[in-house]
Write a protein that binds this ligand. Structure first.
Ligand code: FAD
Length: 565
């Protein structure tokens, strides 16, 4: 065990005492593919489900997913081939059991989605149209509306939830609260999670900070993208679930593995917040990367050229930008032609044109930006975290399926498959009396808050110090900058902005610390001072835990035999 020097994470965020209390059997936090799937399946099986979400039901990364959802649906494909591609992308540190669950249960779960009403694109014979993305050896990506897969999945799930809500209108069986931001987890004397504190922008009794109590809590709060200045993630992706679980003492795994998407539309120096993504599926259909002299540069770097795994493409772009003294490269899709581009990528084309770029006639400027967190709240294959009563699924979790680098289109699938498993596990454990209702206690330790105005400084520190390429010096500088924000006099005005900013700080501090420990380059963790993968020392996973005194301890969990490399 290694203690991270000088890092201290508080027990909870400053917030008013709860002014109201509600209860349910299970609370689901978040309404992306993971949260909606868990809530819908639980609703069929347990009496009272509470779904809370920070803004509106449709907000989250799920809505923005373009490329599609991966599953071995083609008769010529197999779960075994999908497993191999996933393990290879994960650079040796996937949890093979979790990947096996993902690829073997995935096809049935995607068919369930279609049965639920999600309209996937189909060929003239009615079979699903499947395409290929980076790192996949087969065409296995189901998509919808061309490049609007997430939107369609989200629509179908929300429609289904609406039907369920109507069906149970006079029944307190399922309750949905929008504009409800979960601040922290409630725990009993033995650290069992038994609810959440949340802030609701509501009416009447349920307004302001309250407490929701339950026998199980499912975190499905999505990603951490807003920790960085530029990301593909929407504004709700502030790492709230990871930060709350960290403060509560859950194991957080592999946070150093952050995927930077290689082809994010470059909108000029200083652009920040959510940036437009140019899906990998464009390269899957034949678009290629070129530098500012029009030279293709991926062909000599990897057998799969422009379709190499994302970490390899992102690093190649960063290197090419340095060699050519440029802050972006280009994606060339012109040869695909107007008709094809407009039919296959309608949303991307519309967005590019809105911003003044025409993919039919012009090269598109692109640069890597934060896209996906492979690490998160560590769970087993049933979605159970290290804390009794707490589950996690979707991007907030670390089931181990992504290892050091997520294979394209495996994340929607992960949210879907593991949310179903969680619903099944909770159902049987509730029936077996294994999930008990517990009495929350006030957690020992400091409360804290940082001012919302620190958000830009946190994002800047993380982008410069812990971005697509890091080194000991840059990480130490980021840690120092973040610590000085943490050390400033505590902010006293508790509101959603300052809770989110505090969460960004805690996620950033932990990410920086574990990235400094891992002295090698692997997957989404690219170090300029340790440029090679070092299996002799680093073939395994890092786990971090907040101890009772606020210090952070880390342990390294070696993998006996590296997976296919
Ligand atoms: C632009 C883009 C394109 C992508 N394309 C693909 C793709 O083609 N295929 C693929 O597989 N993956 C893709 N991904 C990744 C994928 O979309 C996400 O990993 C996945 O949708 C995450 O689902 P989720 O349910 O875990 O989280 P989300 O969909 O992000 O939902 C999280 C939910 O939690 C809520 N929430 C957050 N914090 C709180 C809080 N404190 N209290 C209450 N609620 C909270 C949010 O409001 C939201 O409802 C893409 C991501 C982006 C951003």
């Amino acid at each position: 065990m290694t203690l991270i020097p000088a890092l201290c994470i508080p027990a909870r965020l400053t917030a008013p005492a709860p002014g109201w209390v509600i209860s349910a059997d299970v609370i689901v936090v978040g309404s992306g593919i993971a949260g909606l799937t868990a809530a819908l399946r639980l609703r069929q099986r347990v009496d009272r489900v509470l779904l809370v979400t920070k803004t509106v039901l449709s907000e989250g990364s799920t809505m923005w997913a373009q490329g599609g959802i991966a599953a071995a649906l083609d008769p010529a494909d197999s779960a075994q081939e999908h497993l191999v591609d996933t393990l290879v992308a994960g650079a040796g540190v996937c949890d093979e059991e979790a990947v096996r669950v993902l690829v073997s249960e995935g096809p049935a779960r995607v068919r369930d989605l279609a049965t639920l009403g999600a309209q996937f694109d189909r060929g003239s014979d009615g079979t699903l149209s499947l395409t290929r993305e980076g790192g996949h050896g087969r065409d296995r990506i189901a998509h919808a509306g061309g490049d609007a897969t997430g939107k369609e999945i989200s629509r179908a799930l929300i429609a289904s939830l609406a039907t369920a809500l109507v069906a149970v209108k006079d029944d307190p069986g399922i309750e949905v609260i929008e504009h409800a931001l979960v601040v922290d987890l409630l725990q009993d004397n033995d650290s069992r999670v038994c609810g959440v504190t949340l802030h609701v922008i509501g009416e009447g009794q349920m307004d302001g900070v309250g407490a929701a109590r339950a026998r199980a809590v499912v975190l499905a709060t999505g990603g951490i993208g807003q920790v960085y200045s530029a990301t593909t993630n929407p504004s709700v992706a502030t790492g709230d679930g990871v930060a709350a679980a960290l403060r509560a003492g859950a194991v957080i795994a592999d946070l150093e593995f952050v995927q930077f998407h290689p082809t994010v539309l470059w909108l000029g120096e200083g652009s920040s917040g959510q940036q437009p993504l140019l899906s990998e599926a464009m390269r899957g259909e034949g678009a290629v990367l070129v530098d500012r002299d029009g030279v293709r540069f991926m062909t000599g770097i990897h057998d799969l050229a422009d379709l190499a795994p994302r970490d390899i493409v992102a690093k190649a772009i960063v290197d090419r930008m340095a060699q050519t003294d440029a802050d972006h490269v280009y994606l060339d899709a012109r040869h695909l032609g107007r008709d094809f581009l407009e039919k296959r990528f309608p949303s991307i084309l519309a967005r590019c044109r809105e911003l003044g770029f025409d993919p039919v006639t012009e090269l598109l400027p692109v640069a890597p930006a934060q896209h996906y967190a492979s690490g998160g709240v560590r769970t087993d294959v049933m979605g159970r975290s290290s804390l009794a009563g707490l589950y996690a699924c979707g991007e907030v979790s670390c089931t181990g399926v992504h290892g050091a680098n997520r294979l394209a289109s495996n994340s929607l699938l992960e949210g879907l498959v593991f949310a179903c498993r969680i619903a099944d596990d909770i159902t049987s454990r509730l029936a077996g009396g294994d999930l008990i209702s517990a009495e929350p206690v006030v957690r020992e330790g400091d409360m804290t808050l940082v001012a919302a105005r620190e958000r830009t400084a946190i994002q800047r520190a993380m982008t410069l110090g812990a971005g697509a390429v890091r080194c000991a010096g840059s990480l130490a500088q980021a840690a120092k900058d973040l610590q000085s924000i943490a050390d400033a006099s505590p902010w006293l005005t508790a509101d959603p902005d300052s809770w989110e900013t505090s969460n960004l700080l805690h996620v950033g501090q932990l990410l920086t610390a574990v990235a400094a420990l891992r002295e090698e380059t692997r997957g989404g963790h690219v170090r300029s001072d340790f440029t090679q993968r070092d299996d002799a020392h680093w073939l395994g996973n890092t786990h971090a835990v907040r101890e009772a005194d606020g210090s952070i301890s880390t342990t390294f969990h070696p993998i006996a035999h590296g997976h296919l490399t």
